[in-house]
Design a protein around this ligand. Sequence first.
Ligand code: ATP
Ligand code: LTN
Length: 336
Amino acid sequence: MCQNIETDGKKKVLSCIQPSGMLTLGNYLGALKNWVGMQEEFDCTYAVADLHSITVRQEPAKLRGQIYSTFALLLALGIDTQKSTVFIQSHVPEHAQLSWLLSCYTQFGEMSRMTQFKDKSAKHADNVNVGLFAYPVLMAADILLYKPDLVPVGADQKQHLEIARDIALRFNRIYGDVFTVPEAYIPKTGARVMSLQDPSRKMSKSDENINAWVAILDSKDDIIRKFKRAVTDSDSCVRMSDEKPGISNLITIYSAVTGKTAAEVEREFDGKGYGAFKLAVGEAVADELAPIKRRYEEIIADKKALEALYREGAERAEKVARKTYFKAMKKVGFVL
Ligand code: ATP
Ligand code: LTN
């Protein structure tokens, strides 16, 4: 049986994350840390978007492991199943079902303009599948099923959210008030974390150079080593500047984990050189991530308890999803 979550009067939030590899410090500071913080103020629904991840070829055993570990990591980060609904996307069949319905209200031309589709089809030229093309429609279904007011997303997902809004408006114009048209929520503290090896690119878990990114589950030694090796400039002044993208990135990271402003960080390391600064950033990040890693190890070790939680989450999510899905089907004219 599902427990009821206290939702009275709270605005609704929905977001998902793909289980497409090790989650990074970028995912944490740019997205997941905010998910945790939003639970008090909002009625939150969070999902592991496993259906999205097969738009690129996945190895079955590895994918299965990543789905488990992403779900466990959300809990370890502090997503609380007593406060929020947390589930695995493929466990709620209405996502795929609504996606088909919505795809008939989405134009080929709109999808062709998506920059992520253009980028990913260039990167995986041997597998430009229809799923990759239709990915934003599935994302629209994820969102519209739960009628959220707000969808926290990084800048890279704004275009997809716009499409979800367009589809909702179009459907509502034909059939009346079926979907809520959500707003993007760009969190105040949504740091954009850049690669430690090439600070002109964003830190990405699909980067082949493992020194370019820090995983949330990296060991303290690995974290410190990666920060020591971070690419900076030949100057030695810790200062935020467009000409110093490597150091600016480290300042952003240090600020995000310590809560200090960039000016305070500059003052703290005035005259101390890059070596001391890089070590301090590495230690601050490792200290922030250590308790998460500890909780993760406990959670992932108990598969039974984990299963109970994702089953309960899916049950709770489906109650909401089913209502919206059937309403849309009925409006279109299906026999229910
Ligand atoms: P990939 O690199 O494999 O395409 P990704 O690491 O960009 O994936 P996503 O699953 O696309 O991760 O992103 C999940 C969330 O994390 C999104 O909201 C995205 O904006 C955010 N995010 C990802 N990388 C960063 C980053 N380097 N800095 C800030 N936010 C990030
Ligand atoms: N496409 C997103 C993940 C995602 C999502 C969603 C985000 C899938 N469905 C619904 C917000 C709402 C990504 O790759 N970051």
